[in-house]
Design a protein around this ligand. Structure first.
Ligand code: ZN
Length: 139
């Protein structure tokens, strides 16, 4: 697997509006934008720190996996996943599968910011939900 960097950290939050002032006013980070990803039943807000981003994730309905994560976490948010950048998600999935890793996504799908993404199952990734992503505009 060819990983070039950490692309972003995914942080679950019950409310993006309540979380944003902390990142903007306390940490002084710049909000890149807010985007709804209907497919994943979330609203996302991105901040950039150097080459790495923070992805705040707010559930848009109770069936969202983010809603379930927050519920398990006593109604609070927290670090939800780590996303690694590659230039070939499909090849990474193939490689991971060959090495016995359980995949959540068998094939890359569209994530926030137009990235192609796929998740590896935490039971195979030392309990850390792991996202692999590529930017199709960089190809
Ligand atoms: Zn993510």
């Amino acid at each position: 697997m060819q990983i070039s960097q950490i692309e972003h950290l995914g942080i679950a939050t019950p409310s993006i509006e309540q979380a944003i002032p902390y990142y903007e006013n306390v940490l002084g980070l710049k909000l890149l934008g807010i985007e709804e990803v209907a497919d994943q039943k979330v609203r996302t807000a991105f901040f950039k720190i150097g080459e790495v981003k923070l992805e705040l994730l707010e559930p848009t309905c109770p069936e969202s996996t983010i809603a379930k994560f927050i519920e398990k976490n006593g109604g609070r948010g927290g670090i939800h996943h780590i996303a690694f950048k590659t230039d070939d998600v499909a090849a990474c999935l193939e490689d991971a599968k060959a090495k016995g890793v359980t995949l959540i996504d068998e094939k890359p799908r569209k994530g926030a910011e137009g990235l192609n993404i796929a998740f590896l199952h935490p039971k195979s990734t030392m309990s850390v939900l792991t996202e692999i992503c590529e930017d199709p505009n960089e190809k």
